[in-house]
Design a protein around this ligand. Structure first.
Ligand code: ZN
Length: 210
């Protein structure tokens, strides 16, 4: 970890301190502007989100695929009764694949990926709201769902923010390409990453408590 020599703030960006707005010592003048313009914190958030989407795609996709295969090859196959269930599982599989693909494009700071994820967050908020409406008296489930709702709303506003949309411009892609000495920080630097880990653990608890 680097600390700013002027104000001692811990720096994500070893070339520039955004807190006291000064470059680190011994940084070439032509590097200062580019180093200042790289938004490493937002990059870490975007990559944490990308991982979250891809992991979510895998975790949702595998059971859907397993369900589909057992439906087709299982012994209880009945053309009429199994068809509707098959369509549902196929739909779930398609959603999981879409999630995975969105994560791939988020990692590349693609504008299409950002918009698709933004729509995905709206869908997630609606889904959780329905879940809460149908939760009845299951207080633990409701509390966890509200935490999930808060996180998804935070992600929604993040994707909508000026900082996130700036990452997805051609100018920013060019900036990243000409500043290879500035590495995107580990996603562990992202607050989203920590929140996702907590939500993931809670999500595994839901079936036990509900
Ligand atoms: Zn500083």
């Amino acid at each position: 970890m680097n600390a700013c020599q002027s104000c001692a703030t811990i720096l994500l960006n070893p070339y520039y301190c955004h807190f006291c707005e000064s470059p680190a010592a011994n940084v070439a003048a032509e590097v200062v502007t580019d180093a200042r313009d790289r938004d490493l914190g937002t990059e870490a958030n975007m990559r944490a989100l990308a991982l979250w989407y891809q992991l979510g795609g895998v975790l949702a996709g595998l059971p859907a695929l397993a369900g589909l295969l057992s439906l087709w090859f299982g012994e209880s196959y009945q053309p009429s009764a199994s068809r509707d269930l098959g369509v549902i599982k196929l739909g779930l599989l398609a959603l999981a694949v879409a999630q995975f693909v969105i994560g791939h494009y988020l990692r590349q700071f693609s504008e299409g990926g950002r918009i698709a994820a933004w729509l995905g967050e709206i869908a997630a908020v609606v889904y959780i709201a329905v879940l809460i409406a149908n939760a009845g008296e299951r207080v633990t489930l409701i509390v966890i769902a509200f935490m999930g709702l808060a996180l998804r709303i935070a992600v929604f506003f993040f994707l909508f923010s000026r900082a996130a949309s700036r990452l997805c411009t051609a100018q920013y892609h060019a900036l990243v390409a000409r500043t290879p000495y500035l590495k995107t920080p580990s996603i562990r630097q992202s607050g989203f990453f920590k929140a996702f880990i907590i939500m993931m653990m809670l999500a595994f608890l839901v079936p036990l408590l509900a």
